[in-house]
Design a protein around this ligand. Sequence first.
Ligand SMILES: NC(=O)c1ccc[n+]([C@@H]2O[C@H](COP(=O)([O-])OP(=O)(O)OC[C@H]3O[C@@H](n4cnc5c(N)ncnc54)[C@H](O)[C@@H]3O)[C@@H](O)[C@H]2O)c1
Length: 272
Amino acid sequence: MGRVDGKTAIVTGAASGIGAGAAAALAEQGAPVLLTDINDAAGQAVADQINSDGGKAIFHHQDVAEEESWLAVVETAENAFGPLKIMVNNAGIAIGGSIVEFSLEDWRRQNAVNLDGVFLGTRAAVRTMRDTGGGSIINISSVAGLQGAPGLTGYCASKGGVRLFTKAAAVECGRAGYKVRVNSIHPGIIETAIWHGDITQLRDSDDDLARRSMGFRDGANQIDLDAMAERIAPLGVKGVPRDIAEGVVYLASDESRYVTGTELVIDGGVMA
Ligand SMILES: NC(=O)c1ccc[n+]([C@@H]2O[C@H](COP(=O)([O-])OP(=O)(O)OC[C@H]3O[C@@H](n4cnc5c(N)ncnc54)[C@H](O)[C@@H]3O)[C@@H](O)[C@H]2O)c1
């Protein structure tokens, strides 16, 4: 018997990295999973892999920031697998840039995915879960939602928002008697594609402090994750998506039935 046997799950941003790892781990533990992402080819490939490994998965295209997308996503999951029990709001982007150079457009683009997306996903999940016996909502924040970092003001703001939004939703759902638990996970340095995307915008920055803090050394234009992990994580190494997926399975399962509004930090000791 799996730890989340038969519990219908949705994982956003599941085409890659932590979302793909979380979807696979939930499926291994018996949850049928609807994966969503803007990257259709990669998302379908992750779903195909889960199915060929013996799990149950379908992929559905979604931009989490689009309010209209949510009705169809929840409906598709519930029509295929039954009432929604697990919602993992994982889709996220990281845009680097010093505060003096950061554009309002990037600030809004980042908040639309990281914060609006989490709000919309949580709202959609609560709306159905409160009528169908409850469930578990897991919002992926970051250590950057707990502590500031130069070169990441916009990202920190969005992830800090996810942290407190999650707590407020947990308190409200608990008090209302919905049987819906809401928790956040705060990953540290995890090897995924996010470190090679818009975050590297900072490489062109004039702000040397922010560049060095983010791991750009001596004119290099790649972030050195191993060096950064060695510097800031007491365990000395970076993590992998599976490290976060294990936390997702715990918070999704009944093992965490008395856990709500908490912030699960999985970071090799960075925040310690
Ligand atoms: N990797 C880390 O070190 C780390 C650390 C802390 C927090 N996180 C958080 O973990 C989550 C997953 O990131 P990851 O590291 O796996 O990165 P990733 O880039 O590998 O995966 C992110 C996924 O989200 C998808 N996505 C982006 N915008 C979307 C949108 N509008 N709608 C739907 N999907 C969208 C991408 O296509 C991608 O598949 C993010 O919220 C990120 O902020 C990551």
